[in-house]
Write a protein that binds this ligand. Structure first.
Ligand code: SF4
Ligand code: SF4
Length: 114
């Protein structure tokens, strides 16, 4: 496991990771924060983006990017979910130099570890 204090990361907000196929997870508190920023109720958030009290899982595919991504970047940046706030400091990325460097190939904000 790499020590996260020893890796260099500074997001340039290119949005590449927001367009990658996968899932964007909103926990209950993420739903609340995002709904507040959007000026809608949590119920309206769940109606619009799916999910329930357990959370919202938004599927991103090659044909469909995260619904919050716009040409100006993340439209809910100040209330983006924990998954996005904590990237790239995820255990599976910090697992080794190789996993960090592999992910860094697709993120210009991550500096390779030698
Ligand atoms: S790919 Fe990296 S630099 Fe680009 S927005 Fe995502 S975290 Fe930031
Ligand atoms: S919520 Fe924002 S930061 Fe997270 S994937 Fe969507 S656009 Fe990107």
């Amino acid at each position: 496991m790499i020590d996260r204090r020893k890796v260099d990361f500074s997001c340039i907000r290119c949005g590449r990771c927001c367009r990658e196929p996968g899932y964007v997870l909103f926990t209950r508190s993420d739903q609340r924060r995002a709904a507040r920023l959007l000026g809608i109720s949590v119920r309206a958030f769940r109606t619009r983006y799916g999910g329930d009290e357990a959370g919202t899982e938004i599927r991103v595919t090659r044909a469909r990017m995260c619904p919050f991504f716009s040409e100006n970047g993340c439209a809910i940046y100040g209330a983006r979910p924990a998954q996005c706030r904590t990237f790239p400091f995820w255990p599976e990325i910090l697992a080794s130099k190789e996993t960090w460097n592999r992910r860094a190939r697709r993120c210009r904000g991550m500096r390779r570890v030698e």
